[in-house]
Ligand binder design. Structure first.
Ligand code: URA
Length: 228
């Protein structure tokens, strides 16, 4: 999944700084013509929780930082309600450049940009990935099922991570029912609870079999999810 598309420079072994430099100079798709800033990602590069949104909007494009507009403020509140701070998670988007007028990402744009995100996930190596909305969920789970059917569940991912899809905060701001906001709150609680469980699993694996056991134990507990 992280292999580079043949037409694009290979990012699969880039370290974080190199990857960021490559993204900053990226001209893989038309969005490089209209962007003000590349919005690479923000937060703790070794966070246990990574959140993946869709694409920068107006404010993100101006500042070069993900989720700084109204949707970002709601996201920060939802995180804080479950005891997670923005600075303790890593946040990135499927697209690193703003689609004009905040239109939906096009397939070829996602195709051109996805290597950056997959490499970011490998480098952060989180225990829990929260996907925000349809685009991030579809890309990361490689499933075309809508977000309302996938949210609130824990899916296995590669390595030691699991994926928990939830609504995109911008969708919650668009006059959606209060019930959806409550569902998003429940999803955030699930993210925090799953994080706590997975940290315990890592610690238990580490104390029984040393440092290598950490990773093996976490990977094993992630793969157990496939049994449910
Ligand atoms: N919406 C997103 O998906 N990402 C952002 O960074 C901001 C709004």
């Amino acid at each position: 999944m992280s292999a580079s598309s043949p037409a694009f420079p290979d990012v699969s072994s880039a370290d974080f700084d190199t990857l960021e430099r490559m993204a900053m100079a990226c001209t893989r798709c038309r969005l490089s013509d209209s962007r003000t800033h590349v919005v690479f990602g923000v937060g703790d590069r070794s966070a246990d929780v990574m959140l993946v949104g869709e694409a920068p909007g107006f404010h993100e494009d101006r500042e070069g930082i993900p989720f700084v507009g109204a949707a970002g403020k709601l996201l920060t509140t939802l995180l804080e309600e479950v005891g997670l701070s923005r600075s303790a998670v890593y946040i990135a988007n499927v697209l690193k450049c703003r689609p004009p007028g905040n239109r939906d990402p096009l397939d070829d744009e996602v195709e051109a940009c996805k290597d950056y995100l997959f490499r970011q996930i490998e480098l952060v190596d989180p225990l829990v990935i929260g996907t925000l909305g349809n685009f991030a969920t579809r890309l990361i789970l490689a499933r075309s099922v809508g977000i309302s059917r996938l949210r609130g569940q824990v899916f296995p991912y590669k390595g030691r991570a699991v994926v928990i899809p939830t609504y995109h905060p911008a969708a919650l701001l668009r006059g959606t029912s209060p019930a959806k906001l409550e569902e998003a709150r429940a999803d955030m609680r699930l993210i925090a609870e799953t994080l706590a469980e997975r940290r315990l699993a890592v610690a238990a694996a580490g104390s029984s079999s040393g440092a290598d056991g950490d990773r093996a134990g976490a990977e094993e507990s992630a793969s157990q999810l496939e049994l449910f």
